[in-house]
Design a protein around this ligand. Sequence first.
Ligand SMILES: Nc1ncnc2c1ncn2[C@@H]1O[C@H](COP(=O)(O)OP(=O)(O)OP(=O)(O)O)[C@@H](O)[C@H]1O
Length: 251
Amino acid sequence: MTTLLTINGATRRFGGLTAVDSVSTTVAKGELVGVIGPNGAGKTTLFNLISGFTPLSAGEVHFKGRRIDGQKPFRIARLGIGRTFQNLRIFPNMSVFDNVSVGAAGMLGVNAAGAVFGGKGRSEAISRRAWAALEQVGLQGLAGELAANISYGRRKYLEIARALAMEPELIILDEPAAGLNDTETRELAAFIKRLHGEGMTVLLVEHDMGLVMGICERVVVLATGRKIADAAPEVVRKDPAVLEAYLGVEE
Ligand SMILES: Nc1ncnc2c1ncn2[C@@H]1O[C@H](COP(=O)(O)OP(=O)(O)OP(=O)(O)O)[C@@H](O)[C@H]1O
């Protein structure tokens, strides 16, 4: 098993608050790993530490044997870590296709204007990647639509397509099921499973326990910044520390 991501003693302090406290774990190539925890547990902060959006206060992050903490987000993305955001970062006045092109262009070192306004910037490589990503998420039929005109559920897939257009080796999904109904959540679960089945390594932060427990091979549990469990879903589900962390917490 090849280790893709190694998080070693990752710590992030915000003033007196330790949002992520000495968290260590690894993600192997091809794994589908969930990260859960009550509100404020540090899940999003941990994702931001991995993807370079928040600097570490202490600890290290390695990707494919290379230290990546301290690098800028776009560099980390180019090294092969794609991510989505809890609050969708879609450009509403751009087409679905152009939104995805921006993702592909970033990867290829072409600026957003170059990707969208054509000319030399819109290379065949960008176009090919954008179409492939749209096909992967099933949005190719809506490529010409304005992003603002597609449903919220579809915008979630658009956000995923944008990350996929960068052809990442690891994709980090931050609460992709937030705001989706039960049917949409089931479809999303099937989609993530399929993506994983095609060989993608996935790190998934989710509030929806059913989704995480249903599809993940391993689940990392955070509570007040600390890792309290890191095991298969059936083990985590019965872990007394996990039950205690969730006790009285509405999930
Ligand atoms: N930029 C920041 N400045 C100050 N405090 C922050 C910042 N970002 C996060 N925090 C704090 O760090 C803690 C962990 O937040 P984080 O968003 O990582 O948790 P989470 O597990 O993702 O929560 P949720 O499930 O509610 O999204 C919280 O107490 C939060 O208020």
